[in-house]
Design a protein around this ligand. Structure first.
Ligand SMILES: Cc1ncc(COP(=O)(O)O)c(C=O)c1O
Length: 388
């Protein structure tokens, strides 16, 4: 049996050094718990990077994948598959009213890439608008709308043209659209996660809906993090009293099996033609089986409701220790009086997996939906200790 150091050396020997990683080697998981190769246990409040909606090794999803694997492991979109139809039906049955069709893909960046392609194709316009602090992925269109010079600047000369407005400032969007033409889409995260879990009031979203309508601009919600029930509704737009034109999902949609999705109304899908979008692996049978099982669990175990209770418990347990809690459901930002990086490392040593954000003072929790709200009490104790 290899030691943790040997496992780390093995990965590093055969992969380029593109990731900053935790100092532990996770060997197995069960529910919200992770175990490293030394047998140490961690409570995973980071959810495998906002993905493990049902925790680790969710048996309903593993069994669905196994059953599908034994039935039909793979076929591409050149064939109709019973499991793909069922997955699409399930997603649409839970989607906000008016979202009638889903285009499957394989990741978050691909979902955004496809949404932007739809906007480009259907408007015939070239430029895009995105928000300051927005984060949308690493393929070229998604990267172009991402506000992170560290990862965009090497590719600045080849990225599609993007204009940027402050998040939460509807007047700035109006001014920009008045002054500039040839703009096909406005993409934003309804809760900016990587920026530090910041959001805007519902009126902002109602206003941008109106402005995008006035100027014929596609309004795209990147719900890669907020979607699939994480905030207590299937789409965060349901809290806001408005509807974007396109919604993108990934991360939690199959509880860890790679999948992405673009949700759209019939008025959009009706304009798409054979060959406009596509991908070999998109809507693959294993991903579809995992997606159906995940959504069934989210519904039958009332996990969206649990996420709402989780947030309430976080506010109740954490506010008294002198930190600010923000976000919604199982997407929780904690503003600390000190840099988050050190606190996150100390918590990790103490057996709690949490994360940082682009705001040096904000740490993030993106726990599994199955996380018991009561855990916020011992977590608050651990955080208090780490802060000291
Ligand atoms: C808001 C948001 N959009 C898009 C992405 C890209 O998703 P993926 O890494 O699956 O390509 C991420 C990933 O963290 C994200 O947080």
């Amino acid at each position: 049996m290899k030691s943790a150091q040997e496992w780390i050396a093995l990965e590093d020997a055969f992969q380029p050094p593109t990731y900053a990683r935790n100092p532990a080697v996770f060997e197995s998981g069960d529910g919200i718990w992770l175990y490293d190769t030394n047998g140490k246990r961690y409570a995973d409040l980071y959810g495998g990077h906002c993905v493990a909606a049902l925790g680790h090794t969710p048996s309903a999803v593993s069994e669905a994948i196994k059953k599908q694997g034994d039935t039909l492991f793979f076929y591409s979109n050149v064939a109709y598959l019973p499991i793909r139809g069922q997955a699409a039906e399930k997603v649409i049955s839970m989607a906000p009213e008016g979202f009638d069709k889903v285009f499957f893909c394989n990741s978050g960046t691909e979902a955004n890439e496809n949404a932007l392609k739809i906007a480009w194709k259907l408007t015939g316009k070239k430029r895009l608008v995105a928000t300051k602090g927005g984060w949308h992925g690493r393929t070229l269109a998604s990267l172009a709308v991402t506000d992170d010079l560290k990862i965009t600047s090497p590719y600045a000369t080849v990225l599609p043209p993007v204009l940027r407005v402050p998040f939460g400032d509807a007047a700035a969007l109006r001014q920009l659209l008045k002054a500039e033409d040839d703009i096909g889409a406005f993409i934003l995260e309804p809760i900016q996660s990587i920026a530090g879990i910041t959001t805007a009031p519902p009126e902002y979203f109602q206003e941008i809906r109106q402005i995008c309508d006035e100027y014929g601009v596609f309004l795209i919600f990147d719900e890669i993090q907020t979607g699939v029930g994480r905030t207590g509704k299937f789409s965060y737009s349901e809290w806001l009293g408005m509807k974007p034109d396109l919604i993108t999902f990934a991360k939690s949609l199959a509880a860890g099996f790679p999948i992405g999705a673009v949700l759209m109304p019939e008025r959009v899908s009706a304009q798409l033609k054979t060959g406009d979008l596509g991908s070999t692996f998109a809507g693959g049978p294993l991903a579809c089986a995992a997606c159906i099982a995940t959504l069934q669990e989210v519904e039958s175990r009332e996990l969206m409701e649990n996420n709402i209770r989780l947030f309430e418990a976080a506010v109740e347990a954490l506010t008294p220790i002198g930190v600010e809690v923000r976000g919604a459901g199982a997407l929780i930002g904690i503003k600390l009086p000190v840099p988050a990086k050190n606190v996150v490392s100390r918590l990790f040593e103490a057996g709690w997996v949490t994360g940082t954000s682009a705001d040096p003072q904000v740490m993030r929790l993106m726990p599994p939906y199955i996380t018991p709200p009561e855990i916020m009490k011992p977590f608050a104790e651990a955080l208090k200790e780490a802060l000291q």
